[in-house]
Write a protein that binds this ligand. Structure first.
Ligand SMILES: *[C@@H]1O[C@H](CO)[C@@H](O)[C@H](O)[C@H]1NC(C)=O
Ligand SMILES: *[C@@H]1O[C@H](CO)[C@@H](O)[C@H](O)[C@H]1NC(C)=O
Length: 146
């Protein structure tokens, strides 16, 4: 195979890699995955508390689909642990969800009682560069003729 073809293939592969790596990928609950937060093994509030989610990031729910599921719900249904009319239902056991919009994304386990036991996570997607509270230092003058 010619060098040009090889370069083209390498370029296309890089482009594909770049596209999928634009956002960060988070495993919900890290190594614990998506489970009943019993015995202090995982706490989904703590899990989100030191993370910053942006548009384009991917969250993955990793769980045993015999025992759990994932339901995206409204804020109201998140608060009430009501999974009767989810926005989207996921049941694969390994659900990768791309966070496409700013704001809160609410997920609960739809199996009876699990959300009440803490199997719920509120993902807040924030802008990349929040407006600075103080005025930034003046930008350096552009170098002309560079
Ligand atoms: C969040 O906290 C966990 C455990 O304390 C730590 O392992 C992880 O690196 C932290 N993540 C960030 C983005 O600070
Ligand atoms: C659950 O939510 C649905 C639709 O949002 C609503 O019709 C139903 O009454 C709710 N159930 C409970 C127990 O709140």
């Amino acid at each position: 195979m010619g060098l040009a073809t090889r370069n083209l293939q390498a370029f296309l592969m890089m482009a594909a890699l770049f596209q999928v790596s634009l956002g960060a990928v988070y495993m919900v609950g890290d190594s614990a995955g998506w489970m009943l937060p019993i015995l202090g093994i995982v706490d989904y509030n703590k899990w989100t508390s030191n993370k910053t989610f942006h548009v384009g990031d991917i969250i993955i729910f990793n769980y045993n689909s015999l025992f759990h599921n994932v339901r995206e719900v409204t804020h109201q249904n998140f608060k009430n642990c009501n999974a009767t009319s989810p926005i989207v239902s996921y049941d694969s056991g390994f659900d990768a969800i791309t966070l496409k919009t700013l704001g809160h994304w609410y997920f609960i386990c739809g199996v009876a009682g699990h959300c009440q036991m803490g199997m719920k996570v509120d993902i807040k997607v924030t802008p990349f560069s929040p407006p600075p509270t103080a005025s930034p230092p003046p930008a350096p003058a552009p170098i002309s003729g560079a």
